[in-house]
Design a protein around this ligand. Structure first.
Ligand SMILES: Cc1cc2nc3c(=O)[nH]c(=O)nc-3n(C[C@H](O)[C@H](O)[C@H](O)COP(=O)(O)OP(=O)(O)OC[C@H]3O[C@@H](n4cnc5c(N)ncnc54)[C@H](O)[C@@H]3O)c2cc1C
Length: 323
């Protein structure tokens, strides 16, 4: 058994942000265990080189390459990573908790007689892996008995990624043995969700609006505050369900997970399904006319007041400060 192996995921032209977050989680695990960090990306030889990692680069990165890995298939990825893991014998394998990972990693883990500890939100001394149960109402700690490699996936937004730096990582090429007959699925065109015009997951400043806004015609009030702050506009579910803002702007358990520097919640009560999507924010500011609203329990700063008075005043104050 050697170290901590982080498997990054390629999306289009580069690694997705949650892959950098998985590296940050891997780094925490190394700090707790004293193990070394390695990383790998699966693809064909056209996969962009692992020249850029996030934060302090790992010493070694593996480009797992094969023509049959050009497109994702569960069969191909399980075969390729099983061979890499048997070769490297890492103690821990960390993945971003993406749809792809949910698809193939439980099967990969089963090949080693293991399970996947999925959607981890924190790693504590032990190491203990923290998962949320009952929509975030309870936390559970999981430990690994140490009878083989430990497979972990990390929740989006739970481990803030360090800013990317150019790496001094040495890239090693690993070509697994895969036969065409082993791939039982033939991928078609990748599914494209409706074009996303906003990337809330990467936004540093978010102004989020809830049902307290009362009507679609009042949204511009909050939009103006977002604009003067240079923030993205987001919303709770009822706003998107009503069609007042597009679904891609919904934050929460059935929407996006965000982790901005500032999350300004306007007229949002703080239901658990909303909180699970924004609890990774560095600073939460809430405006709500009900001083007992649950959002104040997670807020760093709270304004108990009528948003129709507070938001215009805040907008003017930001404008004045910017002049
Ligand atoms: C399976 C499932 C999945 C869900 N997924 C999500 C999800 O992804 N995201 C999500 O957000 N929700 C989700 N929900 C819904 C969630 O349970 C809540 O119903 C929702 O988050 C409430 O939205 P809200 O806070 O905007 O509205 P409300 O709960 O109605 O709160 C409105 C708030 O505005 C305040 N307010 C009213 N007027 C003013 C005023 N003039 N000035 C200041 N404050 C005012 C009120 O005091 C209140 O606190 C989900 C529910 C289920 C069952």
């Amino acid at each position: 058994m050697s170290g901590v192996l982080v498997i990054q995921e390629e999306r289009g032209l580069g690694r997705n942000r949650i892959s950098h977050e998985a590296l940050a989680a891997g780094r925490i695990l190394c700090g707790l265990t004293g193990l070394s960090l390695e990383t790998a990306v699966v693809g064909d030889s056209n996969t962009p080189a692992l020249a850029e990692t996030s934060g302090q680069p790992p010493a070694t990165a593996y480009a797992v390459e094969h023509p049959l890995l050009a497109n994702y298939t569960s069969d191909g990825y399980v075969l390729a990573l099983e061979q890499l893991i048997r070769k490297l014998q890492p103690s821990y394998i960390v993945f971003p908790h993406t749809y792809q990972v949910r698809d193939f990693v439980p099967r990969l883990a089963a090949r080693f007689g293991q399970v996947l500890i999925g959607d981890v939100t924190a790693i504590e001394a032990g190491p203990l892996f923290v998962r949320q149960l009952f929509q975030g109402k309870m936390n559970a700690q999981y430990s690994h008995p140490g009878n083989g490699p430990c497979f972990v996936s990390v929740q989006a937004g739970a481990f803030p990624a360090d800013p990317p730096v150019a790496g001094t990582t040495s890239i090693l090429h690993f070509v697994p043995e895969i036969e065409d007959a082993s791939i039982r699925t033939r991928p078609g065109q990748p599914f494209r969700a409706s074009a996303q015009t906003v990337d809330l997951a990467s936004a540093q400043l978010i102004v989020s609006v809830g049902r307290g806004i009362r009507d679609a015609e009042n949204i511009p009030l909050v939009q103006e505050l977002a604009t003067v702050l240079g923030a993205e506009l987001a919303a709770s579910r009822p706003i998107c369900d009503n069609g007042w803002l597009p679904m891609e702007r919904q934050v929460g358990s059935s929407g996006q997970t965000v982790s901005p520097k500032l999350y300004l919640a306007v007229g949002i009560s703080g239901a658990i399904q909303h909180l699970v999507g924004m609890k990774g924010s560095q600073c939460v500011v809430a405006i709500n006319k009900d001083p007992a609203a649950p959002i104040f329990e997670v807020a760093d700063y709270g304004i108990a007041g009528d948003l129709f008075e507070v938001v215009p005043a805040l907008t003017e104050a930001v404008k004045a400060a910017r002049q």
